[in-house]
Design a protein around this ligand. Structure first.
Ligand code: SF4
Length: 249
């Protein structure tokens, strides 16, 4: 494991369960279930929100709902070309994914109508960033307050205020990589909670930069020493439970 580059996307996973991080880092993959399919389809849909807002004339929420439905039909049509995993899915599961997403339209439109399209409009998407020790693909680079900012798409719900710590640290790590790449200071980052149509930006703080560095050190030690802790609270819905040695299901 020595000399291995750590993926930025593993930061929130490490904070959730060290064992889950280690299993993924050594090459295991999530089991494909409806939860994973929902995540992938929701993310594709969320990536289309900027175009939806561009088309929306700002009048009626019902109009926004129609545009969301149209975009979802587009995702349904395209998804197997984007994620091959959808090619092998049972028809019933495929339909269930899109029925579940359609039910989210009223909540998404209520929130999305308040989002400034410029803040989620990407300057670039899927940008690969790397340093000697870490690497990752940031979903978007956007402009916030006139400056470049990394923006991450998340399919879980946000906290009542601000963003989750794990999301903040992951975005901070991308901000640090982007600073090296562009030779500029990144002041802000953003999380787009697409399952409810909310986008929240936040300052990239000194304390979080320090936390990222410490977290990466701990992650490296976890791999090098082949030791980890499990988080029992997460085991119930864990997509790695069948291969996890702690798992007695
Ligand atoms: S089953 Fe539990 S301990 Fe194992 S990886 Fe999943 S969450 Fe972690």
């Amino acid at each position: 494991m020595r000399g291995m580059r750590i993926k930025v996307s593993y930061i929130p996973i490490y904070l959730k369960c060290q064992r889950m991080f280690r299993l993924l880092a050594v090459g295991h993959e999530y089991e494909v279930d409806v939860g994973l399919l929902l995540h992938l389809a929701q993310k594709e849909w969320g990536l289309r929100y900027p175009r939806i807002l561009k088309e929306f004339d700002g009048s009626e929420t019902s109009e926004l709902e129609k545009l969301l439905l149209k975009a979802l039909a587009g995702v349904k049509h395209d998804i197997s070309h984007i994620h091959s995993v959808f090619r092998d899915v049972e028809k019933e599961d495929f339909e269930q994914v899109f029925q579940n997403l359609e039910k989210r339209i009223p909540e998404i439109s209520c929130n999305l109508v308040l989002v400034d399209a410029r803040s989620i409009f990407p300057v670039q998407t899927d940008v690969f960033l790397s340093s000697k020790e870490i690497s990752g693909v940031v979903d978007k680079i956007v402009i916030i307050d006139g400056s470049y900012a990394p923006s991450l798409i998340k399919t879980h719900h946000p906290p009542s205020i601000g963003v989750w710590k794990a999301d903040r640290l992951q975005a901070t790590a991308y901000a640090m990589l982007l600073e090296d790449e562009m030779d500029i200071r990144i002041e802000k980052a953003q999380i787009e909670y697409v399952s409810c149509g909310i986008a929240r930006d936040f300052p990239v703080k000194t304390a979080d930069r320090r936390n990222v560095i410490n977290c990466l050190e701990d992650m490296k030690a976890t791999l090098e020493q082949e030791r980890d802790n499990r988080n029992e609270k997460m085991c119930g819905g864990c997509p790695l439970r069948k291969i996890c040695k702690w798992d007695d299901y």
